[in-house]
Structure formats: structure tokens, C-alpha cells
Design a protein around this ligand. Structure first.
Ligand SMILES: Nc1ncnc2c1ncn2[C@@H]1O[C@H](COP(=O)(O)OP(=O)(O)OP(=O)(O)O)[C@@H](O)[C@H]1O
Ligand SMILES: [Mg+2]
Length: 350
């Protein structure tokens, strides 16, 4: 005799294609009924792609049919409306809290250290200069850099059991970095990743914001996926450097968002070229132009190029982002141009 729990345990071995999370933790198993050796399973798989639905159903069937004590498995697979996968408790509530935020934009990259946080911060400041109310969520819970880059060193204060976001250069921000001991390594176990992000969304008074910029950790794993499902993203920006290795990872990033139906607003090429501060000569250190070619090949927009520039790095390291402190510089202009392209590409709300 097999039990409902045993069937669920077996279904936990079925991963959502391309992810390390399983279909049970994604909330895709709606119901399991066991009558003697007959099992009825109701799956609710929210993806536009029928191939993924079939793949999941086939894997699930193979797993359950091979269980001892099971003679017959009946599957009911529901396609459901087009939503991002992920229905952990709290998602609805989180989405509701951010309902008033017009646009939620993730800044992501497949590879680390390519300048996501630099782009997120300067893009946020550029949007604020265009008159928008902007918030930044530091969703890089492994290496939260937003406080340093925005020059905020105080701790957030509470209000009515919630946390008030910090503010810097007219932009609201929140980061797990404010609550962690700077010297201790951060080790998050799987489910805690989603939980930490969820708290940064639900426990913080995110009010009066038009654009919510989410700075993601590098990579295309669970953290990125859990944020995509918690925040109903309006779109994602992929940051890459021009080298092939970074571009390969950018392609993975684009594919990850496409898989969960998040529109790609475009790719940014960071550290694209070097403008000599002394002679003004331009050098293409990493052979510039790769991100534009990748965008074209993938049919996604190209948002622009940011030069490799000592001022951009120093601004980041010292909490003086270039768009805030030298808004007239050509480097800042590169970010402002990207912000304008992002604004053009965002869908007009219904
Ligand atoms: N265009 C640029 N010119 C010069 N330095 C830059 C530029 N962009 C980023 N940097 C520097 O490169 C380093 C990495 O940038 P950043 O932290 O923004 O990358 P990241 O992709 O967010 O990294 P991680 O994957 O660790 O989160 C920082 O020291 C930053 O100041
Ligand atoms: Mg970063």
C-alpha cells in the first residue's frame, strides 16, 4: 500500500526543467488521491510551453508508476493561465503589496562581477533624474553591495511593525546587507533564499514608487527564479561584458527569463571600451560590440554601452554613483541613454 505522502515524496524528485527546484515546492501538484493501488494526481503547470508541460507530466508519470504498490496512475494536467511558475505561500500577498508599483525591473547577469549593481544603481538614479519615484531592492542576498554603492551606512528604522526603506540621492533602497554582520560569511540554505527576499518585500514599507529596480545575484538559479515569481517583474535587463564567456552566460540569463515569461528589456554592454582620461583615445579592451551581436542573434533589444572608467568604479566604491555626482559627464550620459531606452520599451500599463 502506498500513501499520499510517499507519492508526494516521489514527485519531489521531479524538477521543473532547467531548474533545481521540484514541482511540489513550486506548488504545481494540486492534489494527490490514493485508493488502494490506484493513484490520481492533479497537476497545475503554468507555462506557455506545452513541451514543458508534457515533459513534467511524463517525468512525474514515470516516477509514480515505478513505485512499488502502484498499479495505475491517472493524471489530470491543467495548463492554467499564463503565469510565472512558483506558487509558494506568500506570493499572492507579496504581489499585492507591490501592486501599486508601476514597473518592476530586474537587473541580472549570468556571470558575476560584470557590473549589475553598478548598472542597477546608476539606472535607478537616471530614472529618478527623469522625474520618477524609484526604489532599489538589493536581492543579492549573498553579496549585498547596494548600501556601499549608494553610500548608506546607517541602519534602517522601523515603523508600525514594518521597516522603512533607506533613502539616498532621492532613491529608496533596502538591502539584507543592513541586517548582516559585515564580517561573517553568508550561507543561505535553499528555502531561506526565497524567505529572505520575501521579507525584504513584505516587511518593508515600499510606498510611493513608480520604478522598482531589483539587483539580482549573479547566475540563473533558484534565487533568480524565486524573485521572478515573488515580484511580478515587468521586465529584465541583462548586463554583460563584451567577452565571449560573459556573453555565453548572458544568453543563459535571457533564456531563464524567457522561460518564466519575463520580458527581456534588453542587454547592456558594460566595460565596453576605455576612454583615456588623458588623451581621449578610445581602446576596445575586451573587443567591444559582442553584446550587441548577441542581442541581435537572440532577437532581444540592445540597450547601450557603458565605458570602462575609473570614475565609475570609484563612484561605486565610495558611495558616490557617477549619475548622482557627475550627471553631466559622458559616462553618466551613457546610463541616462540606457534609462531612456528602458522607458521606451516598458509596456504601457493597461
Ligand atoms: N563601467 C565600469 N567601469 C569601471 N569599473 C566598473 C564598471 N562597472 C563596474 N565596475 C566595477 O567592477 C566591480 C564589479 O561591479 P559590480 O559590483 O557592479 O558587478 P556585479 O555584476 O554586481 O557583481 P556581483 O556579481 O558580485 O554582484 C566594482 O568594483 C565596480 O565598481
Ligand atoms: Mg552585484
Amino acid at each position: 500500500m502506498v500513501t499520499r505522502e510517499q507519492v508526494l515524496d516521489r514527485l519531489r524528485t521531479v524538477k521543473y526543467p532547467g531548474y533545481s527546484r521540484d514541482i511540489v515546492s513550486f506548488g504545481m501538484v494540486k492534489d494527490v488521491q490514493v485508493e488502494d493501488s490506484r493513484v490520481k494526481i492533479h497537476l497545475h503547470i503554468t507555462t506557455q510551453d506545452p513541451k514543458i508541460r508534457e515533459a513534467i507530466a511524463t517525468l512525474a508519470r514515470e516516477q509514480v508508476e515505478s513505485m512499488p504498490g502502484v498499479s495505475e496512475v491517472e493524471f489530470h494536467v491543467e495548463a492554467g493561465e499564463v503565469k510565472r511558475p512558483g506558487h509558494a505561500p506568500g506570493i499572492r500577498e507579496t504581489r499585492k503589496l507591490l501592486e501599486h508599483v508601476r514597473y518592476k525591473i530586474a537587473v541580472a547577469s549570468g556571470k558575476g562581477g560584470v557590473g549589475k549593481t553598478t548598472v542597477a544603481v546608476n539606472l535607478a538614479l537616471a530614472l529618478a533624474r527623469r522625474g520618477a519615484k524609484v526604489g532599489i531592492l538589493d536581492a543579492d542576498i549573498y553579496g549585498p553591495n547596494i548600501p556601499i554603492m549608494m553610500g548608506v551606512h546607517e541602519k534602517p528604522r522601523g515603523k508600525d511593525n514594518k521597516i522603512l526603506p533607506m533613502e539616498s540621492y532621492g532613491v529608496k533602497l533596502m538591502s539584507i546587507g543592513f541586517f548582516l554582520d559585515e564580517n561573517s560569511p553568508i550561507i543561505w540554505r535553499g528555502p531561506l533564499v526565497g524567505k529572505a527576499i520575501e521579507q525584504l518585500l513584505t516587511d518593508v514599507l515600499w510606498e510611493d514608487i513608480d520604478y522598482f529596480i531589483v539587483d539580482l545575484p549573479p547566475g540563473t538559479g533558484d534565487a533568480q527564479l524565486s524573485i521572478s515569481s515573488l515580484v511580478q517583474l515587468s521586465g529584465a535587463i541583462i548586463v554583460s561584458t563584451p567577452q565571449d564567456v560573459a556573453l555565453e552566460d548572458a544568453v543563459k540569463g535571457v533564456k531563464m527569463f524567457q522561460k518564466v515569461n519575463v520580458p527581456i528589456l534588453g542587454i547592456v554592454e558594460n566595460m565596453s571600451y576605455f576612454l583615456c582620461p588623458h588623451c581621449g583615445e578610445r581602446t576596445d579592451i575586451f573587443a567591444h560590440g559582442g553584446a550587441k551581436r548577441t542581442s541581435e542573434a537572440m532577437g532581444v533589444p540592445f540597450l547601450g554601452e557603458i565605458p570602462l572608467d575609473p570614475g565609475i568604479r570609484e563612484g561605486g566604491d565610495h558611495g558616490k554613483p557617477i549619475v548622482a555626482v557627475q550627471p553631466e559627464s559622458p559616462q553618466a550620459q551613457a546610463f541616462l541613454d540606457i534609462a531612456d531606452r528602458v522607458l521606451e520599451r516598458l509596456p504601457t500599463p493597461a
